[in-house]
Design a protein around this ligand. Sequence first.
Ligand code: SF4
Ligand code: SF4
Length: 395
Amino acid sequence: MALRDVAGQLTRIHWGTWIRGAYDYNIRARRGTLPPKILQVVVNYRCNARCAMCNIWRMKPRRELSLDEFANIMEDDIFQNIERLTLTGGETSLRQDLGPLADMFLARMSNLKALSLITNGFLPERILAVVEHILRSCQARGVRFSISVSLDGVGEMHDRIRGVPGAFDRVVKTLEGLKDLRRRYDFWMGVGYTVMHQNLHHVPEFRAWCEEQGIPYGFQVVGFHEAYVSNLDRQNEVDFRPEDRDALIALMEDLASQRSWRNVLAFYWDDMMHMYRDGRSRQTPCPFALEGLILDSLGDVYYCLSSKKIGNVIDDGRSVSDLYYDPENLAYREYMRRHICPRCNSACAVGVALKKDIKRYARFLLTGRTGPGAGGEAGPDEAQNAAVPASSPRQ
Ligand code: SF4
Ligand code: SF4
């Protein structure tokens, strides 16, 4: 990389985030518990898709927290720490009060800097209307908005994975509408591809389509979880087979090869490549391990989408603060960091953690190494934790 390019990249970095993050992760976190700065709210467990890798659409209807109930929960001061909020589901747009709900979150989280929405893009009119509503509210508050639309293939491939004929066409309509909105509002939009056995070999086609459309894209390797998507029984169907190994590793290698100060995800992909290829434990920091929180539409609270439930604000009659700082729950989070995180392939917000863990990221940029062992070999600590991820072709 030319020196001029490096200098150019360095001037475009948000140094405040990196410096504050380095302090939080390397000094504050050693002295005590960091307050949660990143929150995901699961606004519902209803969905109009029939995805092969998820069981949310099969769940029996359960009573959802109303807007007022969410608002009461948000009286807790803990939410004043939140800087990044993601609204996910189920299908978020099925919630009729999604716009007012987002407004309430914006009003209650005075330090919020970024709000993201995840959608399957099946209901273009409804989605575009609510996105415009949220965009206006975010603009008024000076909060950045981003939206990620799920897209697991081009044309019939997407329909097959999502289990709904015509799904791809509806997503395209949503994406076109979002592009129109971008002419009037400043926000980020992109598509997210869940890589699994069924669509692994169709990645090149997907990338070509996104590039032709000028739409940013990202990947998440399918994972299996007892809670949230409750998809352990789908593993036989969608997990990678031995014959998928080379293609999966090649994809990860390719995604890891674009090392730069701005493309922090290259670290994550290099790490995933070592996990899947060598059985090495995860090295990528995760913000949910130190400063993350999940609240769902049932009032259940989690540290992350792979953790066990740490309580329910309604049934337990305890605040989110009580649950988050509960010593037993914190001990569980420590256990999670040691025993669950090393096997986790989640890409959720890893960019946030990598920007904060600057020491680790800088070493990667300089040496190309994500782990302590040279050439991808596991060091002694890793050997202890070495584990094949929740889904893996290493066999
Ligand atoms: S993955 Fe998303 S869109 Fe698909 S069924 Fe689950 S919640 Fe619905
Ligand atoms: S289990 Fe996964 S998502 Fe949860 S904190 Fe660990 S790395 Fe993050």
